[in-house]
Write a protein that binds this ligand. Structure first.
Ligand SMILES: [Zn+2]
Length: 58
């Protein structure tokens, strides 16, 4: 079971929020970061998934 955590790009300020998904490329709401396709890239700067870090919820 994957956690629904926000993930932040290391190279820009983009944050992937699972509750929004990535509608521009057809990723539905409530898609966890782990469930994104392996070839998903940062919509802002093109960094790949390995360049994202989980953000602790405060
Ligand atoms: Zn980025």
């Amino acid at each position: 079971m994957s956690e629904m955590m926000n993930h932040r790009c290391m190279y820009c300020t983009f944050v992937y929020d699972p509750s929004f998904g990535d509608p521009e490329i057809g990723i539905p709401e409530n898609t966890s970061f782990d469930d994104l396709p392996e070839d998903w890239i940062c919509p802002e700067c093109g960094a790949n998934k390995d360049d994202f870090k989980p953000m602790a919820k405060i």
